[in-house]
Design a protein around this ligand. Structure first.
Ligand code: AMP
Length: 513
């Protein structure tokens, strides 16, 4: 099934209902959205593109983004949503690697993207959206939907590259259909009068979670500011009900602390789906206080689009559970449509309580990495997606993630999971955020080092040491504290531990994995 079927269908069924909106203004009804998609599809094909060709979409979140994406699918093309905040060199890499022929970009990104027409061989043209070229596409006659099979690629999802060159996870129409169905199964049903708010980049989680809403004929709403703070959320909630949105933990934490939301009427807010990086318990407790039981956590990867495990809204609300606190530090139960295991280095399944690599199997898992057969074979060995994340199940089948294997610290032969140390440090009210990494140590192999963004009043290293001693084993506590103004993050808000490790220039790199 071609995913663009959803737009075509809702164009008939929900003709006059809002499909795309900016703030409280409707940009397109479903009938208009469907017309634009079918016309732009013709326009794309008229530019010489054939089914299977790649079209990159690089723009800020805006309604035209979804028009472009669904037009590409309608025409049988493969969309390559590119994170709009990438550096020009990174963009060039993604375009070249994916063999993109046409780039759809907006005025804001033209300076970065325009010149790539000359330097990236595959790129034949760059079209500015919105703009006269795009209008010309929209003026074409509608074309019939191109037939797509479940294993036809739909979306090349370039990984966020926290560990080197991004890889293009090839997501098929079937993968994205499965991810959407499992949203209904595990996060919640979507009604046609609901809406999804695109407060995070469409090239990542927000785009993926938008799909089950498009399928149901719910509106896709874009904050007018392009970002989102408490007052804007309240304005949007005054117009739109049944609202859900995806946000990185860092963004949830920021919103939760926004004074405008304290005690505000949030009845129109349905779900905030957070994930993509760890959410620390102290932050989660604050978020639950602000938002009530409207939070759902997901653990996923581009390779298995945001679908490995989930901590449902009901799990969050179940405060009487004897292990509620422990659970809130985990990532929940396997999603309905996947099998999840924890394995050792030889891919042998480990029993509950033992930590190993998390592997996943199911119809949501990518077809492979685009044009990287060796990396695909390595990552998909034995038919299981190897996530590179270290986790362990408890007896109930609840998964806790420790860290990515490369972030594990081995000190004096003991494994130390930074997440555990970070959780301990976050309980100190003087810690706003923290990242723990290993530093080369001639005696211990590695030593634990904490980078702390202090709050006001700032704690001393001795205060933090005491906090750790009260909560975790002695050997796990940091040997050094570095107080910093901010932690380095990538464009999706993930802390770049690699960059922190690079700050230590003495000795060999802590781990070469
Ligand atoms: P990406 O493919 O860019 O979304 O990155 C996926 C990685 O983000 C996973 O392999 C995990 O390391 C991390 N991640 C995703 N969701 C969570 C979560 N809920 N908690 C902790 N880490 C997460």
């Amino acid at each position: 099934m071609n995913l663009a079927t959803w737009v075509e269908r809702n164009g008939r069924r929900r003709r006059d209902a809002p499909a795309l909106a900016v703030g409280d203004e409707v940009h397109a009804t479903w009938a208009q959205f469907a017309e634009r998609v079918a016309a732009a599809a013709t326009g794309l094909r008229d530019r010489g593109l054939a089914p299977g060709d790649r079209v990159a979409i690089l723009m800020r979140n805006r309604p035209e983004y979804l028009e472009a994406q669904f037009a590409a699918w309608h025409a049988g093309l493969i969309a390559v949503p590119v994170n709009a905040r990438l550096h020009r060199e990174e963009i060039a890499y993604v375009l070249g690697h994916s063999g993109t022929s046409l780039v759809l970009t907006d005025e804001e990104h033209l300076d970065d993207v325009g010149p790539l027409q000359e330097s990236v061989e595959s790129v034949r043209s760059v079209l500015v959206v919105p703009g006269p070229g795009w209008d010309a596409l929209l003026g074409a006659d509608a074309m019939p939907l191109v037939d797509r099979a479940a294993d036809d690629p739909a979306w090349l999802f370039y990984t966020s590259g926290t560990t080197g060159r991004p890889k293009g996870a090839t997501l098929t129409h079937g993968n994205l259909l499965m991810a959407s169905l499992s949203y209904y199964a595990d996060i919640g049903p979507v009604a046609e009068e609901d809406c999804v708010l695109h407060a995070a980049p469409l090239s990542h989680g927000s785009g993926l979670y938008g799909l089950p809403h498009v399928a149901k004929g719910a509106a896709s709403v874009f904050p007018a500011s392009g970002a989102l703070d408490g007052p804007e959320l309240l304005t949007l909630l005054a117009r739109w009900r049944g609202m859900s949105f995806f946000a990185a933990p860092i963004m949830v934490t920021r919103l939760a602390g926004d004074p405008a939301l304290a005690g505000a009427d949030l009845s129109g807010l349905k779900t905030i789906i957070y994930g993509g990086a760890p959410m620390y318990l102290a932050d989660l407790e604050q978020a639950l206080e602000t938002f009530g039981p409207r939070l759902a956590q997901i653990y996923g990867q581009g390779e298995t689009p945001m679908t490995i495990t989930g901590l449902s809204m009901a799990d969050h609300a179940d405060r009487d559970h004897p292990r509620w606190r422990a659970r809130m530090q985990g990532v929940g139960f396997p999603r309905t449509d996947v099998e999840v295991r924890v394995v050792d280095l030889d891919d042998g399944e480990l029993p509950p309580g033992e930590a190993g690599e998390v592997v996943v199997r199911g119809r949501v898992v990518m077809a492979g990495y685009w044009d990287q057969p060796e990396e695909t074979a390595e990552t998909m060995r034995g038919g299981w997606l190897h996530t590179g994340d270290v986790g362990s199940f408890d007896d109930d089948g609840f998964l806790t993630l420790h860290d990515r294997s490369k972030d594990l610290i081995i000190s004096g032969g003991m494994n130390i999971y930074p997440r555990e140390v970070e959780e301990a440090l976050m309980t100190h009210p003087g810690v706003r955020s923290v990242a723990v990494v290993g530093r080369y140590d001639p005696e211990w192999g590695e030593a634990v080092v904490a980078f702390v963004v202090p709050d006001d009043p700032a704690p001393t290293a001795a205060d933090l040491d005491r906090t750790c001693l009260d909560r975790i084993a002695r050997y796990k506590r940091p040997k050094e504290y570095h107080f910093v103004e901010a932690l380095p993050t990538n464009n999706y808000g993930k802390v770049l531990k690699r960059e922190l490790r690079q700050r230590f220039t003495d000795g060999p790199p802590p781990q070469q994995r």
